[in-house]
Ligand binder design. Structure first.
Ligand code: SF4
Length: 238
């Protein structure tokens, strides 16, 4: 496919010329390099409910704090029934005392989402993105995180690392919103590899492709990266 459109997606927003065919080929090589650089032998399948609660806590929070609070929360409350039966105010206090930002909203989301899952889904987290997004506190990114990390399904959560790195790598135009970045990645990357994209780009974003000063000189993707070649600039990326 060499035209400017692939479905509803366009090549026009990119800052350099490349056909869909070239882009798809380059995307495939990028994912291969990322998978080799950041292998994850452990299965990604976890517990959908705990993943969902983790994602609610994690919004605008540092990873270390999120993990600590999340661990303490399940030590104290154990399971979905206990959490659903916890007064919202108690959950809010629990989060506030542990320094969680937006504790009021998150406390309400955690308890209410748990009640809905129990009452409307028989206690099982739905494995459908649209159903997940009906739950309080669950936007598209969290829904994809639950699908990928909770259920082990092929999904591409676009967080801040995936958004930035995809744009530097010219896999999405530099000024589109995260939902659109997800669409480009789904178009360019073979489905059976979607699940690796988030974890590999998060690791890459923390280690090499940092937000402020990416270490392009030591990056295994530099030959494949338009940012490293000066074809995408920081000023282009939103
Ligand atoms: S070459 Fe630079 S901008 Fe491109 S992925 Fe690597 S670190 Fe990021």
């Amino acid at each position: 496919m060499t035209g400017t459109k692939s479905g509803s997606l366009s090549l026009e927003g990119f800052t350099f010329d490349e056909t869909w065919e070239e882009k798809r080929k380059r995307a495939g090589r990028i994912v291969e390099v990322l998978m080799k650089t950041y292998p994850r032998e452990r299965l990604l399948i976890g517990d959908p409910y705990r993943t969902l609660v983790h994602c609610i806590i994690s919004q605008r929070m540092r990873d270390e704090v999120t993990y600590r609070v999340w661990g303490e929360l399940f030590e104290r409350y154990r399971d979905i029934e206990t959490i659903a039966n916890t007064p919202v105010e108690e959950m809010q206090r629990f989060l506030r005392e542990r320094g969680v930002g937006l504790w009021k909203t998150k406390g309400e989301w955690i308890v209410k989402a748990s009640r809905i899952i129990l009452e409307e889904y028989g206690g099982k987290v739905p494995d459908d993105i649209h159903e997940l997004m009906k739950l309080p506190g669950i936007g598209r990114k969290c829904a994809n995180i639950v699908l990928a990390y909770g259920f082990g399904k092929q999904a591409i959560p676009v967080d801040t690392h995936v958004n930035r790195i995809s744009k530097r790598l010219g896999l999405a135009p530099p000024r589109v919103p995260p939902e659109k970045v997800e669409e480009y990645l789904r178009e360019l990357i073979p489905r059976e590899k979607w699940i690796y994209v988030n974890h590999a780009m998060v690791d890459h974003g923390k280690n090499i492709c940092n937000p402020i000063r990416p270490k392009c000189g030591e990056c295994p993707l530099k030959e494949l990266c338009p940012y490293a070649k000066g074809l995408v600039g920081n000023g282009d990326i939103r």
